[in-house]
Design a binder for this molecule. Structure first.
Ligand code: HEM
Length: 175
């Protein structure tokens, strides 16, 4: 009686060797692409229409943002400021900001007609299930304004970009 209880107790405590617990519980290991540093995303169809609006025409607006490079720096800076903004940093640390810096740069560059295609997902799928609020949106817009001010983008040009993005809030804010 005592011996069998002891055997059961020992069996229970013996760690199961060779068990792949990640597989057992369906935990998938995400691996960053060695070249881009980005995590893979589920397949989707790339299309400029995913950028959420038609681009501006002409090249004056793009020039006001410092061209393609200026736009990329400003978009990346917006993400950086947001990553260290206590109001919304929690949302960003849980996601792939390496990819976001690239796709946000592409989106802004495409919309400002600075010669890029947008390769990211549409606004609804990109933010689906994140439960974003109007307060989150306001915080992000403030950070974008800060990044544009730091880059000396003229006020009128800043407002042009903001007016392009504003209607997209319908697809982004969920509560
Ligand atoms: C009109 C407003 C917004 C625009 C134009 C916008 C733009 C974008 C773009 C272009 C992407 C990349 C999609 C892709 O990688 O395929 C994205 C993803 C993302 N956005 Fe936004 N966004 C907006 C609002 C917000 C707000 C308010 C937050 C949070 C405060 C936010 C947080 C994120 C995060 C964390 C991702 C990464 C999602 C993932 O990789 O799973 N966005 N957004």
């Amino acid at each position: 009686m005592f011996a069998s209880a002891l055997v059961i107790a020992l069996l229970q405590q013996t760690p199961a060797e060779g068990v792949d617990w990640d597989k057992e519980y369906g935990v998938e290991e995400r691996v960053r692409d060695p070249e881009t540093g980005e995590y893979p995303v589920d397949p989707y169809v790339e299309d400029n229409a995913n950028a959420g609006a038609e681009p501006f025409s002409g090249d004056r607006l793009a020039a006001a943002f410092g061209g393609r490079e200026g736009i990329a720096r400003m978009a990346e800076r917006t993400v950086e400021i947001s990553e260290s903004d206590p109001r919304i940093s929690g949302i960003f640390v849980a996601h792939d900001t390496v990819r976001l810096k690239r796709t946000l740069s592409e989106q802004f560059c495409y919309l400002l007609n600075a010669g890029c295609d947008y390769s990211g997902r549409d606004m609804k799928s990109a933010h689906d299930g994140m439960g974003l609020t109007t307060a989150d949106l306001n915080a992000l817009v403030e950070n974008l304004q800060q990044a544009m001010r730091e880059a000396d983008v003229p006020f009128r040009a800043q407002n042009k970009l903001l007016s392009k993005l504003a209607p997209m809030s319908r697809d982004v804010v969920e509560r």
